[in-house]
Each structure stands twice: as C-alpha cells, then as structure tokens.
Design a protein. Structure first.
Lengths: 220, 204
C-alpha cells in the first residue's frame, strides 16, 4: 500500500458508493426546503434567516455523511492494514477525509446559489455564505472524522458521535452565521471568515493526529 | 532475492479484556523457517499475530527484528512484513484487479497476470469482490503474497475457505518463500501436508 494507491482506492470506493453522498445532499435540500414551508415563506423572514437555515442543514447533512466514514474499513479489515502498512496513519486519515469533503461539499456549494434564490438571499450575500461554507466545512469534516474514528468499533455509534462532536460545531455555526449577518448589515465580515479559517486550520492540526490514535485504539 | 533476517520475541505477555492470553512467551524465527501457532479457540493465536504485526499493542516483553528493538516503533518491521488477518482487508466495492492495485501498487502487470492465472482468478479480474465466493475472496487476499518482497509473512488462518488445489498452491508458494530465506508465522487448524513447520503451542 502506498499513499497514491490508497487515494486511488478510496476515490474508487467513494465513486461506487455515491448513493450515500447523494442521500446526504438530498437531506440538505429537504431541510432547507422545509423551513419556508414550515415557518414563513415571506422574504421578511427568509432573507435574514437564510444563513442560519443553510448552515444548520449543512451541519446535519455533513454529520450524516461523516458519521460512518470509517465503518466499512473497520468491518472489512482494511483498517488493520492501514495500521500495519508502515505509512503515517494521520496522513491516510487526512487523505480519506479530504476526498470525502470534496465529494460532499463541492456539490453542496454548487447547489447553494439555487437554494439562496429560494430563500431570497441577495446575490452580494450569497458570495459570503459560500465563503463561510468553504472555510468552515473543513473543520466540520475533520472534527466529525475524529468522532467517527472514536466510535468506529461501536455498533450504534451515531448518537454518540453527535454528542461528542456537537460542541466543536457550535462555534463554527456561530461565527459563520454572524459573518453573514454582519455582511447583510453592511459591516466588515473578514474577521469572521478569519476565525472560520483559524478553526479549520486548528482542526487540520489536531484531528488527523487524534483520529490516528483513536483508530489504533479501535483495532486493538 | 534472499533474506537473512530473524525475528526474536522475548518475554511477551498478551492481555485481552483483562484476561492473560500468554505470559512470558519467548521464541525466535530464523530465516527460512515457518512456525505454526497452535492453541485452542480463544487461546490467543490471532492476538499473537496482531501483536507482532503492530495492530495490537505490546503489554510486556520485547520484539527484535534484524537485531533491532522494534517493540515501540514497528515501522522497520512493517516495511518488510505482510499481515493477512482473519478479515482480509479487501474492499468489497472494488474489483479484483483494483484490490490488487490497492495493496500491491508496484507489481508489474505481466507478473499480476501470471499470478492471477495461477490462482484461477484471471477471468474474474473485473468482478467486484462483493460477488465472489469466500474461497475466491481468500485467493484474492492471498494474491498479495505473489507480489511482495516482504521477508516476514504473518498469516491468520490462510487456508480457511480454500479448496484442496488452493491449499496445495499456497503451501508450495510458502515453501518457495522459505527456500529464499523468508519467515512465516501462521495459524491453522488443518495440519499442512507438504510444508515443514515448527510448532509453537500457546498455553494459557
């Protein structure tokens, strides 16, 4: 096993299991669609709430996609092979999470303008929303991977992942939606984006390292 | 290619779920030697292989490979070792050829073709592992042994689900590896017919 062959195999597996990715995306669209139907379809409510709605739907959809990311590898024994491959386990985890991020977040970003229109989000603010998604979702994914790695050996780990990981998601949601609110009020928002980027970079340093330890403990 | 390294295990203790599987286990594997680990179900045969491979951590004792202590940092050993566990590590959603490319990316194509023909998998190259039988999947997992330069093979129940011709083929291949100075540690319940192995009994 090499890093390249690992990446190729993961990519192929991801492509063959595109139904899972599609489920998460569909879930995202459904949640966003239900808000105008359930609360208030008027622009007066939707325009200020759009950022919050999109972000909550994103976090739930990503949690769905990331929660079982290592399950199959644990079950079929390839996780043991990662551990004994002599390669850096952190780097393997990072490759896997990044591929997954690309597969889920990029289509999600493509759909956001359409949903933005539905939520009466002005075009100027749409760019900011997409920037917060681009900068904030790596942290969501990396921390989610840590939760998935910790609970991989449990049969019913989904709820536990959410409990473990949710505290790390709260600041991301707060900064992302406040950034969008600031932009809508015409205030500078670059500080919020910087905070999101900082959180993603911090997760990038911490999560692969800790996930590797969690995986080693899980296969033990 | 000839290997001339040895593996020495001294004072190894394995503990699983607060139960001692073995205490103070010491043995060494010399170049060209195969060791069959014996023991009842649950005696810790698989655990022993996992500990040597580095999947499970060492509770006590030391592991030496090529005269170096690899107890804590197993990378030196892992670079020249192959471990095939009870769960084979095959990706069900990938085809036979893709699985081989995943685990043995450096294998030359003609060599892959030849080995697949020998293993009777040539016509199954593009079939997903999901739809293979247990014996065929086991052959795909074992195909790694045909493309490797590893000196130490750790095989957990390699003969499980194999038919008679598969067993004979694997035994011949292991014998060839031993004649080049390789080392094999394996667990199996059926006694190998043509293979000369040293037996090591695990007693609790």
């Amino acid at each position: 096993m090499t890093y390249t062959s690992f990446m190729r195999a993961q990519y192929a597996v991801l492509w063959r299991s595109k139904q899972d990715v599609l489920n998460a995306l569909l879930f995202f669209v459904i949640v966003v669609t239900l808000f105008p139907l359930g609360i208030d379809p008027s622009p007066a409510f939707l325009t200020p709430a759009a950022g919050g709605i999109v972000w909550c739907a994103t976090v739930l959809a990503l949690l769905m996609a990331i929660e079982g990311v290592f399950k199959e590898d644990y079950r079929d024994g390839s996780m043991e092979q990662w551990v004994v491959s002599g390669l850096s386990l952190s780097l393997l985890v990072l490759i896997k999470v990044m591929l997954q991020w690309g597969a889920v977040v990029l289509p999600l970003l493509v759909m956001t303008p359409l949903l933005g229109q539905m939520l009466f989000l002005p075009n100027d603010d749409l760019g900011v929303l997409m920037l917060t998604l681009l900068l904030g979702t790596p942290s969501i994914f990396l921390m989610g991977a840590l939760g998935a790695a910790l609970t991989v050996s449990l049969k019913q780990g989904a709820m536990l992942v959410m409990l473990l990981i949710l505290p790390f998601y709260v600041p991301v949601i707060i900064f992302a939606t406040s950034g969008l609110q600031a932009a809508q009020a015409g205030l500078p928002y670059s500080g919020f984006l910087a905070m999101l980027l900082a959180m993603s970079l911090l997760s990038l340093v911490v999560s692969p390292f800790l996930s590797a330890i969690a995986i080693k403990a899980s296969v033990n | 290619m000839h290997f001339s390294v040895s593996l020495t295990i001294s004072g190894l203790g394995i503990e699983r779920s607060d139960r001692d599987l073995c205490r103070d286990l010491s043995f060494s594997v010399q170049a060209g030697e195969a060791i069959r680990i014996l023991g009842e179900n649950g005696a810790g045969k698989s655990s022993l292989l996992k500990v040597v491979a580095g999947v499970m951590s060492v509770q006590e004792g030391q592991i030496f490979f090529a005269d170096q202590d690899v107890t804590l940092d197993r990378r030196l050993l892992q670079q020249t070792m192959i471990y095939i566990g009870h769960s084979t590590g095959l990706k069900e959603r990938l085809s036979v050829a893709e699985n081989i490319a995943f685990y043995s990316p450096h294998a030359p194509l003609d060599q892959v073709d030849q080995a697949l023909r020998q293993l009777g998998l040539f016509h199954l190259q593009d079939v997903l592992v999901k739809s293979l039988s247990a014996g065929q999947a086991r052959r795909v997992a074992l195909a790694r042994l045909w493309f490797t330069n590893a000196s130490l093979w750790l095989l957990d129940e390699p003969f499980a689900a194999l038919d008679a011709s598969g067993v004979a083929m694997l035994e011949a291949h292991i014998q060839q590896h031993l004649s080049r100075g390789g080392m094999v540690l394996l667990t199996t319940h059926q006694a190998p017919c043509s293979l000369s192995v040293r037996e090591l009994a695990l007693v609790p």
